[in-house]
Design a protein around this ligand. Structure first.
Ligand code: C5P
Length: 225
C-alpha cells in the first residue's frame, strides 16, 4: 500500500473498537495505537503515586512524571515500569474519569498522539480521535453497541483473561457510567464526527465486524489510489 493514510476511530466503552481495529491493522499493514491505554496508564501512575483523585492540582502535577511509551508487542511503559498487565484493574477503571476530564491531561495526551501519527499509516482508537486529535484523518469510523451487549462481552473477556471481580451488573453500571462521563464532559466529549462512518456492532459477531471494517477501509483506499 503506497498511500500513508491515518484512520481515526472513536466509540463507546467496550464497543469492540480496539480488538477489531487491532486485527484490521495487522491484516492491512497499519500501526495500531490504542489511546485508551494512555489514559489508563496515567490513572495507574496516579494510583501508584497515591494521588488524591479529588484534587485536580495533584493530578495535573503528575504530568511531569508521565514518561509514556509503547514498546514492542503493545507493551505500555511509564518510565521504566511496565504497566501493561495493570491497565484493566478495577481501581484503574473506576478512577479514569477523574483524570480524563482534565484539560491539562488531555492536552498532553493529544500532543503525544499527534506526534505518533505524523508519518501516517496509523489506526488510532479512542474517544476524541475523529474530532480533536486527528480531525483531518482520511477515514473516520465510529463504533457503537448496546450497553447490555457490551457488558456481556466484557464479562466473557474477563473470564478468559482471569480478570476479577467480574460481575455483570457491576460491569454494566461501569459501562453506562463511563459513557455518561465520556459523552457529557466539558473537554472533548465523545461524539460522532459528521463525516464518520458509523458501525453498530450489537448484532454482529467479532469476525463479521472485522470483515465489514476491512471492506470499508479497502474500498476507501481503492477509491483514493
Ligand atoms: O478505550 P478505553 O476504554 O481503554 O478508554 C478508557 C477511558 O479513557 C475512557 O472511558 C475515556 O474516559 C478515556 N479516554 C479518553 N479519550 C481517549 C481514549 C480514552 O477520554 N482518546
Amino acid at each position: 500500500m503506497n498511500l500513508k493514510i491515518n484512520i481515526a476511530v472513536d466509540g463507546t466503552a467496550s464497543s469492540g473498537k480496539s480488538s477489531v481495529m487491532m486485527v484490521v491493522a495487522k491484516d492491512l499493514g497499519f500501526h495500531f495505537i490504542d489511546t485508551g491505554l494512555m489514559y489508563r496508564a496515567y490513572t495507574k501512575m496516579c494510583l501508584d503515586n497515591k494521588v488524591d483523585f479529588n484534587n485536580n492540582v495533584k493530578i495535573i502535577e503528575q504530568l511531569k512524571n508521565f514518561d509514556f511509551h509503547y514498546r514492542e508487542g503493545n507493551q505500555i511503559y511509564v518510565g521504566n515500569k511496565n504497566y501493561t498487565k495493570y491497565l484493566s484493574d478495577y481501581d484503574v477503571v473506576e478512577n479514569i474519569k477523574y483524570i480524563a476530564t482534565l484539560l491539562e491531561v488531555r492536552n498532553k495526551m493529544v500532543d503525544l498522539q499527534r506526534k505518533m501519527a505524523i508519518n501516517g499509516n496509523k489506526i488510532m482508537v479512542g474517544r476524541d480521535i475523529t474530532t480533536v486529535v486527528l480531525p483531518n484523518a482520511e477515514l473516520k469510523i465510529y463504533f457503537d453497541c448496546s450497553a447490555e451487549t457490551r457488558a456481556k462481552r466484557r464479562v466473557k473477556q474477563n473470564e478468559e483473561n482471569n480478570i476479577y471481580p467480574n460481575d455483570y451488573e457491576d460491569i454494566l453500571r461501569q459501562i453506562i457510567q463511563r459513557d455518561e462521563s465520556d459523552k457529557n464532559r466539558k473537554e472533548s466529549p465523545l461524539m460522532i464526527a459528521k463525516d464518520a462512518w458509523v458501525i453498530d456492532t450489537s448484532d454482529l459477531t467479532f469476525d463479521q465486524v472485522v470483515e465489514k471494517v476491512k471492506t470499508k477501509v479497502l474500498s476507501f483506499i481503492n477509491q483514493e489510489e
